[in-house]
Every structure is written in structure tokens, then in C-alpha cells.
Write a protein that binds this ligand. Structure first.
Ligand SMILES: [Zn+2]
Length: 242
């Protein structure tokens, strides 16, 4: 490989190494995405079950209060008969107080029933949304799982193509730069390379020497004086120079 195109080679290698990292991450994330969609479905089902439970609890409470009203009404009837048949003023007054007490009970229960019915209405109104939430989560989860094998296969194929090209490009690196390249790649992975940004390393921001900038602009091998990354010229900068 001629010295004058090393810059282009390292630019391509950087692209391939970043792509390799991204594709690997995408493949690893597939099962995680599937699990997270299943969790969302379970949460949607739990929310629906919880709303159903809350409605049921209020319905039970509603029925209990209606029974209590019925009992109080019967008690008032009985007390009224006793009061009408009472012979002393004291008995009459005592029964009147008991009747008033029972009526107050009924009134409290009636208010509570109205509040319960309001709550039941509010909860019932939310059910269609909760149901469609389940349907949506179910369809997203099953669609994802259905498409996952193909997605995984496509990503795997792209990854293999990237790795094949990377092996070819790696072999094109001139012998004298191989060990420097291997060392920095072993330490930094895809971040072993960086473009020149103006006069500085785009990764660490350190300004480069005039001689190194000259080398980079001539597409020759150069490393950042600070972080050791292999520096290259961006495609845009190369076009502007030519
Ligand atoms: Zn640097």
C-alpha cells in the first residue's frame, strides 16, 4: 500500500470498527428488547386486572351499604310502630332519638353509595383504554418476536461482511504501522482511531503539531500526540484539499 493512501485506509477501518461495534450491540439488544416488550404487556395486563379488582371491591361495598340501608329502613318501621304505641313521653322521646339515628345512618350510606357509583363509573370508563393497551402491547410483542429471527440473521450477515472487510483492510496496513495499530486497537477498540478536526484530534481535542497535520493532510500515518489515537482526514476535508 502506498503511503499516500494510509489516511483513507484508516478512515475506512474506523468506519468498519464503529459499524462492527454497533451491529454487535444491535444483535445483543434483540432479546433485551423482546423481554422489555413482554414486561410492558404484563404491566398492561396487571393494570387492567387492578382496575377490575377495584371495581369489584366497590361493587361489594355498594351491595353491603344497600343491605345496611334495607336493615335500617326495617328498623325505623319497627321503631316507629313502638313509638306510636308508647305510653310514656320518655319512651316516645327515646324511640324518636333512635329513629333519627337510624335515618342519619341511611343518609350517610346513601352519600357513600353515590360516591362509590361515581368511582365505579370512572374506573369503568378507563377499561376500554386499558383493554386496547393490552391488545397493542400484545401485537407489538408478538410482531417483534416473529421478526426477531430474520432481524438477527440480517444483522449477523452485515456483521460478518463488516468483519470480512475489516480483516482485508487490517491486512493492508503497512508492516511498520501494524504493531502501533494493534496496540491502540487492543486498548481502545473502535475508539482507537479519530478524525482530525481542524488542527486538533477530534477525540481528545488536543492540537497537533504542524508536521503531524501535514502528514495527516498528505494521508500519511500519524497518531495523536496526547491520546495516541491514529488520526485521519475526513472525506469532506480531503475533498476540500484536493
Ligand atoms: Zn487525541
Amino acid at each position: 500500500m502506498a503511503d499516500a493512501s494510509e489516511g483513507r485506509l484508516f478512515r475506512r477501518i474506523h468506519h468498519l470498527r464503529c459499524r462492527e461495534r454497533d451491529l454487535s450491540a444491535a444483535i445483543t439488544s434483540l432479546p433485551r428488547q423482546s423481554a422489555s416488550l413482554k414486561t410492558r404487556l404484563e404491566k398492561a395486563k396487571a393494570a387492567r386486572a387492578d382496575a377490575g379488582e377495584q371495581i369489584k371491591t366497590r361493587q361489594v361495598s355498594h351491595r353491603a351499604k344497600e343491605s345496611a340501608i334495607k336493615a335500617s329502613t326495617a328498623q325505623i318501621r319497627k321503631l316507629s310502630e313502638q313509638r306510636d304505641a308508647s305510653s310514656s313521653q320518655d319512651d316516645f322521646n327515646a324511640l324518636e332519638r333512635e329513629i333519627a339515628h337510624a335515618k342519619a345512618h341511611i343518609s350517610t350510606h346513601e352519600d357513600e353509595i353515590l360516591a362509590l357509583l361515581d368511582e365505579i363509573d370512572g374506573l369503568t370508563a378507563k377499561l376500554p383504554d386499558l383493554d386496547s393497551g393490552i391488545a397493542k402491547a400484545e401485537s407489538e410483542s408478538s410482531t417483534f418476536d416473529k421478526e426477531m429471527p430474520q432481524k438477527s440473521k440480517d444483522l449477523q450477515e452485515s456483521l460478518e461482511a463488516v468483519r470480512a472487510e475489516l480483516a482485508t483492510r487490517d491486512a493492508e496496513i503497512p508492516q511498520e504501522h501494524q504493531s502501533a495499530y494493534r496496540r491502540v486497537v487492543a486498548g481502545r477498540g473502535p475508539d482507537a482511531l479519530a478524525s482530525l478536526d481542524g488542527a486538533s484530534c477530534s477525540a481528545c481535542g488536543t492540537q497537533q503539531t504542524a508536521s503531524d497535520i501535514g502528514r495527516i493532510k498528505r494521508l500519511s500515518f500519524a497518531t495523536c500526540t496526547e491520546c495516541g489515537r491514529i488520526l485521519y482526514l475526513t472525506e469532506k476535508d480531503e475533498k476540500e484539499l484536493s
